[in-house]
Design a protein. Structure first.
Length: 591
């Protein structure tokens, strides 16, 4: 791990063999209770895993063959079982830190636990421990995919857990670096490197499970205004690694022997962790409005949850039209103040209004009845590429009809388009339920809707830093998230997406309005407070006065720089550990 204390009860900080990169610890004194550090077994494992120097005959015994390797793997599995079990429990704890559970302190505890479990281990052992933690974490986090199939949940979870292999290996490597007081910093940067890679590869990445998304209502959240989601994740990770360093230092104090350096490290690590935790309270969150606008959010509801939420054609569209007509009646009767604009969710029109006259007529009827511009979510056939569909937000004016539009830039792989369709569809017939691929848009979603210049973000695009940031920097004065979570209703996924909206509000100093077909629709203030929200699978209309802002936050101005810098520090720390380790082995051979 990245502690600032000694890992051998008989050696001072920096003087123990374990603190020299490339050397294997001779004791497990660094492993606190519950982390399965057993020195005798570790020594035995090293003896069986490597031939002794100067004894070539021990390097490989052909007569053992496959049975010998199997026995060694079996011994390794038995020896690692307790540590793997602890890692799995920590993974489940990390999953509970995220919505719908929202026990955010567990994110800090889980980071600290992984640091302790990988401290002083080999890179391979660390990699396995990271994977053992990540797999149950992602299964719990992404269980909402069971609506598609549990194989989808497990498959995506395994893919995401693979990113924890280099994370675990890296944590093990840097736990042997010199300058032990910097190890918590390097370890926290490794977490950012893992999130950076997972959010970009493959197919544009998948950002669910970032530490920041478990901390959208914690003391760390205001840091988003300075460095976005990466800075929040970094603060959480740094707190966890500092607490792990303190735990290792306290473990070194066992037995009552005077160890002033270990005591100093323990106290200092706790103090710095506390400072990082409360630092967010000193960050100003810009909320003052330059202007305001009255809006209405229409949640029309769907026929049924699940994969077949569409029901019969026109059903969803008619639900939104009827709810808007009722809103118009309330406005005419004076029960509700007339809004300046109305927002419909993603896929509010389940038929292309430019291809189906009935769909066009019904939308036009609703817009003229309320007599203000409506942002309509619709699926539209691509005008020049047959077979492709556009996921759009269309500005529909009561006098001029449909006008400017935004097309979703980041369609969901395997949900809205199928990579390698021809090959995969032969193996996985479920992909045939995605009959047409969505075509990505090529510009931000800044739209003039009535008196407001809003930034449209469609569905899970809210999870991607760059898409939201580019929209704000292009001039959006408020953020609108049009979403359709009907497939995953009552699974926890809508709560996870709403938490992301809370973080984006603080990150960009903008009010965020979420419009969902079946829930959760919500109004989030620039300080991240949820001012209104609907229940799932109900027809409802929210009305609110939304602050419009022109100023930008520090996070908007620095962009992705903090994430790149932190990730690079993490990668370079691993590279340094590998180089120092090789140099140490070369020196040993020379002696």
């Amino acid at each position: 791990m990245h502690s600032g204390t000694e890992t051998n009860a008989e050696a001072g900080p920096g003087g123990a063999a374990e603190d020299r990169p490339g050397e294997q610890p001779e004791t497990a004194a660094a492993a606190p209770a519950g982390t399965s550090g057993v020195p005798a077994r570790d020594a035995e494992a090293r003896a069986t895993a490597r031939p002794e120097r100067g004894r070539p005959e021990a390097a490989s015994r052909p007569e053992e063959g496959r049975p010998g390797r199997v026995r060694r793997l079996a011994r390794l599995a038995r020896r690692e079982a307790p540590r793997s079990a602890v890692a799995a429990v920590c993974g489940l704890a990390l999953g509970l830190a995220f919505p719908p559970y929202g026990l955010w302190p567990l994110s800090v505890v889980s980071v600290a636990a992984l640091s302790l479990l990988t401290h002083g281990r080999t890179a391979r052992q660390g990699a396995w421990t990271g994977f053992a933690m990540a797999l149950p974490f992602f299964v719990l986090l992404l269980k909402w995919l069971h609506v598609v199939g549990w194989d989808a949940t497990v498959g995506l979870s395994v893919l995401q857990a693979l990113y924890f292999l280099p994370l675990g290996a890296g944590l093990a490597l840097i736990s042997r670096l010199p300058l032990p007081w910097l190890r918590p910093l390097w370890a926290a940067c490794l977490w950012i490197a893992e999130e950076w890679a997972r959010g970009r590869v493959p197919f544009g990445g998948f950002t669910w499970g970032r530490l920041a998304f478990a901390n959208t209502g914690s003391p760390y959240t205001p840091l988003a205004a300075l460095g976005g989601a990466p800075l929040v994740s970094f603060a959480v990770a740094l707190t966890g690694t500092l607490l792990a360093a303190a735990a290792l230092a306290l473990y070194a104090l066992r037995g009552g022997a005077p160890r002033p350096r270990a005591a100093l490290v323990a106290g200092g690590s706790v103090a710095v962790a506390a400072a990082v935790t409360v630092a967010g309270f000193a960050v100003p969150i810009p909320t003052a409005a330059d202007d305001s606008v009255d809006i209405a959010i229409v949640q029309g509801n769907v026929q049924q949850p699940g994969m077949d939420f569409l029901g019969r054609p026109m059903k969803i569209l008619n639900n939104h039209v009827d709810a808007t007509l009722d809103l118009a009646k309330d406005v005419k009767a004076g029960r509700i103040k007339k809004p300046d604009l109305v927002i419909w969710p993603e896929n509010a029109s389940d038929l292309d209004p430019f291809e189906y006259r009935e769909a066009y007529a019904r939308i036009d009827e609703a817009v003229k009845a309320i007599n203000v511009p409506v942002l309509v979510g619709a699926l539209v056939d691509h005008p020049t590429k047959p077979g492709y569909v556009l996921n759009q937000g269309i500005v529909w004016d009561p006098r001029s009809g449909p006008g400017a539009s935004y097309t979703k830039q980041h369609p969901v792989p395997f949900g809205e388009y199928v990579p390698f369709r021809e090959q995969l569809s032969k193996v996985i017939t479920r992909f045939k339920r995605v009959p047409r691929d969505f075509y990505p848009g090529d510009h931000t979603g800044v739209l003039k809707v009535g008196p407001a210049r809003l930034g449209d973000v469609i569905c899970f695009e809210v999870a991607y830093d760059g898409i939201v940031r580019d929209t704000v920097n292009a001039g959006a004065r408020m953020i609108v998230v049009q979403t359709n979570n009907a497939t995953y209703g009552r699974t926890g996924q809508p709560e996870q997406q709403l938490a992301m909206s809370r973080l984006r509000a603080i990150e960009h100093g903008r009010a965020v309005v979420t419009a969902a077909t079946s829930g959760i629709s919500a109004v989030v203030a620039p300080d991240g407070t949820i001012e209104q929200r609907t229940k799932e699978f109900t027809q409802d209309v929210l009305t609110a006065r939304i602050p419009l802002r022109d100023g930008t936050t520090v996070a908007d101005r620095v962009g992705a720089t903090p994430e790149w810098v932190l990730a690079m520090v993490g990668v370079l720390s691993c590279a340094a550990a590998i180089m120092i380790g090789r140099r140490g082995r070369t020196d040993e051979k020379g002696q």
